[in-house]
Ligand binder design. Structure first.
Ligand code: AGP
Length: 613
C-alpha cells in the first residue's frame, strides 16, 4: 500500500501535499516524493525516508505552484531508495506519475519499451507505466488523456495513478483499479488522495473513483470521468460523514480490526502475479536462483519470534507434508545462543513481519556465518532482515500498524504455502493434479475469509460471555496446533488474560487438571484426519464441566451437539485450514480486549517491532 495525494486549484499546492502525505504515512513510509509546476518549471523532490525527511530535503528549494502530486511509498518492486521513490518521470522527463498498486505485467511491457529505446532509471513497475503512456502519446499522436486511457487497457494489475505534465500545467489525470482513490471537490479546486483523511479538512464533497475509471481534472472546469473503454460517467458526489480519526482507520475503531478485515485483500495481494490456477502456474521469483538448492536440501530450519514463529510451525506441517524435506522450527532467541549445529547445505528460512526483530537478525547472521543459505519471508521491503538474506519472498500485506499481528500471519502462511507448493512441484513430491487442486483452493481462500468475517456478530456475542475469565485454553491438532498457539497469543497480548495453546492430545498429560466450569476451552475441530480424536478431547473436557467453544467446518453436527458455542468456517483443503481458522480467534481476542477496555492497537509493555534483545 502506498499513499498518493494531488492538488490543482487557486492555492499553493505544497502545504496540502506535504500534510496529506503525513496523514497517509500509515499506508507506507519507506520513501516519499513531490512534483510541482511553478511558472512552467516542473520541480521534483524525492528521497528515501519518511515524509518529514522529504520536507527537510525540499528545504528552501522552490515549492511554489498551484498544481502538484505527492507520494509516500510502501515498496513492492525495487528497494526503498531515492531512485525508486515516486514520482517517476516519462522518457522525456516532461511528465511525472505517482502510483499505488502492482502492475503485474510490467516485465513484458518493460522489455517491449526497452526494444524501442527506452532507458529506465528505477526498478519499479510505475516507471514502466509512465514510459508506456508517453510512448503511446508520441506514437499514436494523441492527447495525454487519451494516451493514459489506451495504456491502461494494456495493463494487468492494480493501480491508483495521478499524472502531471509540464506541457499541461492546468490539468491532472487520475485513474484507479483495485487501489483506492478519492477526489475532493473544492471551490474551483480539486484534492486527490488514497483516502479522505488528507481531504476532509478542506471539503466534505468527494467522489470515490470506481475501478477502470479515469478522472480528467482541469482548472476552472467541472470534473470529467470516463471509463478506460471511453464511456463517459457522471461523477457521483457524496458528503463525507466520518471524522478524521475514524478515516485513518478506514472507518474501523482500531487498526487491528481494520487489518483483520483487510485479510481477503492482503492474501490476494500475496498471490498477485505469483499464482494462476487458470494457467496452472506458480512462480515465486524471489527464490528462483535458490530453488534447486532448496529442492536438494537435506533440512530446512525456520527461525522466527512470536506470531511469525507460529507461522513457522505451520510451515513445518506444510513443507514436510508436501516436499518431504525434514523441517526444524526454532525460536530465533534460543537458536542464536545454543551453539546450534548448522551445515553448509542447510536452508534457513527467517520469517519476520517487521524485518527488524533483533533476535531473528542475529540468528540469521549466525547461520550465515556457518555457510547456510538464508531465505527471508518479510513484509517490509528492504528491511534489515530482508537485506541480510540470500533470497526470499515478500508478503505484500501492506503496513501492519496494530501491535498484535493479524494480516501478517495469514500473509506469511500464504507465502509459505506457495513456497512449499513450488518446491514440491519441482521435486515431484506432489502430483500435477494435487498441485492444481491446491492452487484452485488457495485462490478461493480470500472469499472464504470474507465469509468468516461475516460471523463477526456471533463471535462478538461469544466474546461478551467470556470477557471476564482469568484463564483460557486453546487446543488444536496437526497444523491447527500452531493456530491454537496463535489464538492464545492474541488473547493474552491484547486482553491480558492468561491463555495457553496446546496440542489437543497433550491435555491428558497434565493440562486437563486445569479444567473446571470456569475454564473456556477454544478448540479447532474442523474436518480432517484427526477430527474424531479432537472429538474425544472435547468429550474429556466436557466430562469435567469445561466450557467448549469450537471452530468447526460448515455443516458440522457432531461437535455442534457437544460444544457450548461453535463458529462455523467454510470447508477447504486440510493443509489450508490455518488461513481461515485463525480469523475467528483474531476477532474473538479483539472483541474481548475492547470489552475489557484494553488499548488494542498499543497493548501495555509491547512494541510493534522488538529491535532489542
Ligand atoms: C504478535 O502479535 C506480536 N506482535 C509479536 O509476537 C511479533 O509477532 C514478534 O515480535 C515477531 O515480530 P516480527 O514478525 O516483526 O519479527
Amino acid at each position: 500500500m502506498c499513499g498518493i495525494v494531488a492538488y490543482i486549484g487557486n492555492k499553493q499546492a505544497y502545504p496540502f501535499l506535504i500534510k496529506g502525505l503525513q496523514r497517509l504515512e500509515y499506508r507506507g513510509y519507506d520513501s516519499a516524493g513531490i512534483a510541482l509546476i511553478d511558472n512552467g518549471e516542473l520541480n521534483v523532490y524525492k528521497c528515501k525516508g519518511k515524509v518529514a525527511d522529504l520536507h527537510n530535503f525540499v528545504g528552501n528549494n522552490n515549492k511554489g505552484g498551484t498544481i502538484g502530486i505527492g507520494h509516500t511509498r510502501w515498496a513492492t518492486h525495487g528497494v526503498p531508495n531515492d531512485v525508486n521513490a515516486h514520482p517517476h518521470y516519462s522518457a522525456s522527463k516532461n511528465i511525472v506519475m505517482i502510483h499505488n498498486g502492482i502492475i503485474e505485467n510490467y516485465g513484458p511491457l518493460k522489455e517491449e519499451l526497452k526494444k524501442r529505446g527506452h532507458v529506465f532509471l528505477s526498478d519499479t513497475d510505475t516507471e514502466v507505466l509512465i514510459h508506456l503512456i508517453e510512448d503511446i502519446q508520441q506514437k499514436e499522436k494523441v492527447r495525454l488523456g487519451e494516451a493514459v486511457r489506451i495504456a491502461l487497457n494494456q495493463v494487468v494489475g492494480a493501480y491508483a495513478i495521478v499524472i502531471l505534465s509540464k506541457e499541461n500545467p492546468n490539468e491532472l489525470f487520475a485513474a484507479k483499479k483495485g487501489s483506492p482513490m478519492v477526489i475532493g471537490i473544492g471551490d474551483n479546486e480539486f484534492y486527490i488522495a488514497s483516502d479522505a483523511t488528507p481531504i476532509i479538512e478542506y471539503t466534505k464533497n468527494v467522489v470515490y473513483l470506481e475501478d477502470e475509471e479515469i478522472a480528467y481534472i482541469e482548472r476552472g472546469k467541472d470534473l470529467k470521468i470516463k471509463t478506460i473503454k471511453n464511456k463517459s460517467k457522471t461523477p457521483y458526489v457524496q458528503e463525507l460523514e466520518m471524522q478524521l480519526e475514524a478515516l485513518e482507520k478506514g472507518g474501523y475503531e482500531h487498526f487491528m480490526l481494520k487489518e483483520i478485515y483487510e485479510q481477503p485483500r492482503s492474501i490476494k495481494d500475496c498471490m498477485r502475479g505469483r499464482l494462476s490456477s487458470e494457467k496452472g502456474s506458480l512462480n515465486l521469483g524471489g527464490i528462483a536462483d535458490y530453488e534447486q538448492k532448496i529442492v536438494n536440501a537435506k533440512r530446512i530450519i525456520f527461525i522466527a519470534c512470536g506470531t511469525s514463529w507460529h507461522a513457522a510451525l505451520v510451515a513445518e506441517y506444510l513443507f514436510e507434508e508436501l516436499t518431504r524435506i525434514p523441517v526444524e522450527v526454532e525460536y530465533a532467541s534460543e537458536f542464536r545462543y545454543r551453539n546450534p549445529i548448522i551445515y553448509e547445505n542447510d536452508i534457513v528460512v527467517a520469517i519476520s513481519q517487521s524485518g527488524e526483530t533483533a533476535d531473528t537478525l542475529a540468528a540469521i547472521e549466525l547461520a550465515k556465518s556457518k555457510g547456510a543459505t538464508i531465505i527471508g519471508i518479510c513484509n517490509v521491503i528492504g528491511s534489515s532482515i530482508a537485506r541480510a538474506t540470500h533470497a526470499g519472498a515478500y508478503t505484500h500485506a501492506g503496513p501492519e500498524i496494530g501491535v498484535a499481528s493479524t494480516k501478517a500471519f495469514t500473509a506469511q502462511v500464504t507465502v509459505i504455502t506457495l513456497m512449499a507448493l513450488q518446491i514440491a512441484y519441482r521435486k515431484g513430491t506432489i502430483s500435477a493434479t494435487r498441485f492444481h487442486e491446491l492452487l484452485v483452493e488457495l485462490e478461493a481462500i480470500p472469499e472464504k475469509v470474507e465469509r468468516v468475517l461475516k460471523t463477526n456478530e456471533k463471535i462478538k456475542h461469544i466474546a461478551d460471555i467470556y470477557k471476564n475469565v482469568s484463564n483460557a485454553l486453546y487446543l488444536g491438532r496437526g497444523n491447527s496446533f500452531p493456530v491454537a498457539l496463535e489464538g492464545a497469543l492474541k488473547l493474552k497480548e491484547i486482553s491480558y488474560i492468561h491463555a495457553e495453546g496446546y496440542p489437543a492430545a497433550e491435555m491428558k498429560h497434565g493440562p486437563i487438571a486445569l479444567i473446571d466450569e470456569e475454564m473456556p476451552v477454544f478448540v479447532i475441530a474442523t474436518k480432517g484426519n484427526s477430527y474424531e480424536k479432537v472429538v474425544s478431547n472435547i468429550q474429556e473436557v466436557k466430562a469435567r464441566k469445561g466450557k467448549i467453544i469450537a471452530i468447526v467446518t460448515e455443516g458440522d453436527v457432531q461437535v455442534k451437539a457437544m460444544a457450548d458455542y461453535t463458529i462455523e468456517i467454510p470447508e477447504t483443503d486440510e493443509i489450508l485450514v490455518p488461513l481461515i481458522s485463525v480469523v475467528p480467534l483474531q476477532l474473538l481476542s479483539y472483541h474481548i480486549a475492547v470489552m475489557r477496555g484494553c488499548n488494542v492497537d498499543q497493548p501495555r509493555n509491547l512494541a510493534k517491532s522488538v529491535t532489542v534483545e
